[in-house]
Design a protein around this ligand. Structure first.
Ligand code: ATP
Ligand code: MG
Length: 442
């Protein structure tokens, strides 16, 4: 495998003013492209620091990605530093780069100041990497056994040039064998449950000549399982076969907790499931303040399946808009099975929707009682055949997380119902979000 390093530059990174997202993004792309990232170094803008870091990295790797310092100002010194370490190559004006820059300035009607010309000077022999997203072009230069790729620091420019100009050249120049990456997107299982269920997956699925790894990425309250297969002698066909085996086994073990794969988001999965079963949804929210509706409508096409969202925060409007009986509120309170069931039936009738789903809880930090501690949330789903599913959870989180997890839970109930995976127990969750014995009844 190709040994790669990343050199990110800029005083702002060392000061902590800017988070080094370029390093993380490039690292992910290198992994996917099948290069082995061995080191990430950050230095400031000073020329000796840059030349020092370059000179150290060059003999260690076959690919060096450099970010930042290609701009027009005096503190942008990457080009000069690369030319120096490449046996003091002269900088030469690249007519093509200068023309592209002048044209860009003319299109945007900005004045072209002389310092901009500096960006069109590249070390002799360098390949220009045109920048369709900004002014400073990147460049690529072979220095001894190492291919040095210099990219501007502005993240969207770096990403644009990398995808459009660097990837096609890298695959050709370095004979990279891109890794296959497949993601299983999960809700309701924590990282330790995932790990427990998948622990021997890699041993059981014969990897052939491929190198196989498993990673977890959490973005509360979702978890993603990333399966990465780097091809060996058998090339891509073997890697694909290994990925299929791994993915099938992982899916079987994670079951209904997998809501989607690869880029599919949770709201997209819910909208897709509603659409496939020809159903519509209406939401009645209390403690989530509309977050379930917000989450659902972040998916394109949600208007085809989502008809009404009501945020009924006060008891008065739970009664007036959703028809919750006054007696239910008096006997059981707003955070109760009886109340969410009435809310779900009420919003379903109001909208004429296939499903009505309701949420009411105590998000905290105050308002908890011994029987309804902070984090207590009730959910109900009213279905066309008159069934009403109820779920009761006590989430051990702060206010914002309780709200977010509750919005997800309400939509997960809907997803499972549409997929025909519904059951009345609290089996949406396993691990620390699962019901404790004391909660199991209601
Ligand atoms: P410019 O033409 O804008 O000067 P440049 O190639 O010289 O581009 P820098 O001056 O190093 O790049 O950085 C430009 C901006 O990009 C910085 O102000 C910072 O906001 C952002 N940036 C730089 N490096 C990184 C990084 N590693 N991660 C995230 N953002 C970065
Ligand atoms: Mg700059």
């Amino acid at each position: 495998m190709i040994a790669a390093e990343i050199l990110t530059t800029g005083d702002e990174l060392l000061r902590g003013d800017v988070v080094n997202t370029n390093a993380a993004w490039l690292a992910t792309r290198l992994k996917q492209l099948g290069a082995q990232l061995c080191r990430v170094v950050t230095v400031g803008d000073a020329l000796p620091a840059l030349t020092g870091a370059l000179a150290e990295a060059l003999p260690r790797c076959q690919l060096l990605l450099v970010s930042g310092g290609l701009g027009p100002t005096a503190d942008d010194r990457t080009t000069e530093a690369v030319a120096r370490v490449a046996s003091n190559l002269p900088l030469e004006l690249h007519a093509e780069a200068l023309d592209a820059m002048r044209a860009r300035f003319a299109r945007g009607n900005y004045p072209f100041t002389p310092n901009n010309e500096k960006q069109a000077y590249l070390p002799r022999g360098a390949t220009l990497l045109p920048n369709a997203h900004g002014t400073a072009p990147g460049f690529m230069l072979r220095v001894g056994g190492c291919l040095v790729v210099c990219l501007p620091g502005v993240p969207h420019e770096l990403k644009g040039i990398f995808e459009e100009e660097v990837v096609p050249r890298l695959t050709a120049e370095l004979a990279l064998a891109p890794a296959l990456v497949h993601s299983l997107n999960v809700f309701g299982l924590g990282e330790s449950q995932l790990d427990h269920r998948l622990t021997d997956l890699l041993q059981l699925c014969d990897p052939g000549g491929c190198q196989v790894t498993l990673h977890y990425r959490t973005s509360f309250p979702e978890n993603r399982v990333l399966l990465v297969v780097c091809p060996g002698e058998g090339g891509e066909p073997e890697a694909r076969a290994v990925m299929e085996r791994l993915s099938a086994e992982a899916r079987a073990r994670l079951g209904r907790h997998v809501f989607g794969v690869d880029e599919q988001s949770f709201p997209e999965a819910v909208v897709g499931a509603l659409r496939r079963c020809g159903a519509s949804l209406a939401l009645a929210e209390s403690c989530t303040g509309g977050q379930a509706a917000d989450l659902l409508t972040s998916a394109a096409g949600s208007s085809e399946v989502f008809s009404l969202g009501v945020v009924a925060y006060s008891n008065e409007f739970k009664q007036r808009l959703l028809g919750v009986p006054q007696q239910v509120l008096a006997d059981h309170g707003a955070v109760s099975r009886e109340c969410v069931e009435a809310m779900a039936l009420g919003v379903r009738a109001l909208a004429g929707a296939t499903y009505g789903v309701a949420i009411s809880g105590v998000a905290g930090p105050s308002g908890g009682t011994p029987d309804k501690p902070v984090g207590t949330v009730h959910f109900a789903l009213a279905a066309p055949d008159g069934r009403v599913r109820h779920l009761h959870r006590v989430f051990p989180f702060d206010r914002l997380r309780v709200k977010r997890l509750s919005a997800y839970t309400a939509l997960a109930l809907t997803l499972h119902e549409c997929r025909g995976e519904a059951s009345l127990s609290g089996d949406l969750f396993e691990g620390r979000w699962a019901p404790r014995a004391s909660e199991a009844g209601r």
